[in-house]
Design a protein around this ligand. Structure first.
Ligand SMILES: [Zn+2]
Length: 298
């Protein structure tokens, strides 16, 4: 396949994949095995290896990052992403990943997530191979094409490092957090039970701008867009006993409106719908910390 046609095909896959992630949060292996784009079906994950090199493509299409992998795939100094050579060899499966580097072909990084027995994959794309670190037998990946122009990716300047860190949070940690939280809550709003994934967010209990505002499921809540915004604005609060409390501002609003009445005022005093597994429940100390903010605000 010509490079241009291959690039076009990748773009078509990415467009479709972006919509599926919106609709689902994370995908199953089956969905990635038979991924429909228009009238065609494409495989986006290898049968058993962590790297997928389709025969008809010049370069790797996807790589898988799994926590128990024997390879040292890691976020590289918390900024760029390092992907170890497969089998520790320069050749073999690595050849096509090197081609992705040479041809500037965007690839998909599949992040493996697990909640209970459910395994899902969060696709992060487009990802670029921006360096072939032969000395340490690894490729350096960037989650944004702007890094292609940085002359020395193995020695980032402080400002570049800061940008890379922000990018890692946005492109890697946030979608993973959303995938895990939505899965834990069975793709429903913990307040109103809305089950339409496109309307759901993973809300942080303690804000991610704070040091303990980590992207763990126990610091997350699956909330619909309106309840997420209301929670973020401290218009509603959730007590450490999982009770939903509606602040005075909303409670005393006498204007008409079914969303205001049913969607907001009537949830006052209701109990949060919690994940099936106890370990995925919101952590009490996080709820306490956040609830104090709500009480101050109202
Ligand atoms: Zn809701």
């Amino acid at each position: 396949m010509e490079s241009e046609a291959e690039l076009e095909l990748r773009q078509m896959i990415f467009d479709r994949l972006a919509r599926r992630v919106e609709e689902k949060g994370a995908l199953t292996r089956e969905e990635l095995t038979e991924f429909e784009v228009g009238a065609e079906t494409y495989r986006l994950i290898d049968r058993n290896k962590g790297i997928w090199n389709p025969a008809q493509l010049a370069a790797t299409l996807s790589i898988l990052s799994k926590p128990d992998s024997p390879y040292e795939d890691a976020e590289f100094s918390d900024s760029l992403y390092a992907y170890a050579y497969r089998e520790g060899s320069v050749q073999g499966d690595n050849t096509k990943l090197r081609r992705a580097y040479e041809l500037n072909m965007p690839i998909i990084l599949l992040r493996w997530i697990k909640i209970g027995t459910a395994i899902r994959y969060v696709p992060v794309f487009p990802v670029y191979v921006i360096a072939d670190d032969t000395k340490r037998q690894r490729f350096i990946l960037a989650l944004d094409e702007t890094f292609r122009d940085i002359p020395d990716v193995l020695n980032l300047k402080p400002i570049e490092r800061k940008y890379a860190q922000r990018l890692t949070t946005q492109r890697l940690h946030q979608p993973e957090f959303r995938g895990r939280v939505l899965l834990a809550y069975d793709h429903r709003c913990a307040i109103c039970d809305v089950g339409h994934t496109q309307l759901l967010d993973a809300a942080h209990i303690v804000a991610d701008s704070k040091e303990n505002g980590t992207a763990d499921v126990s610091n997350g809540l699956s909330l619909c867009k309106i309840h997420h915004a209301a929670y973020d604005a401290n218009l509603i609060g959730i007590s450490p006993e999982y009770t939903i409390l509606v602040g005075a501002k909303l409670m005393h609003d006498r204007r008409e409106g079914s969303m205001l009445r049913h969607g907001l005022q009537e949830i006052n005093g209701q109990h949060l719908t919690l994940p099936q597994r106890r370990k995925d429940w919101p952590a009490t100390e996080r709820l306490e910390e956040r609830f104090a903010e709500f009480e101050t605000a109202s």
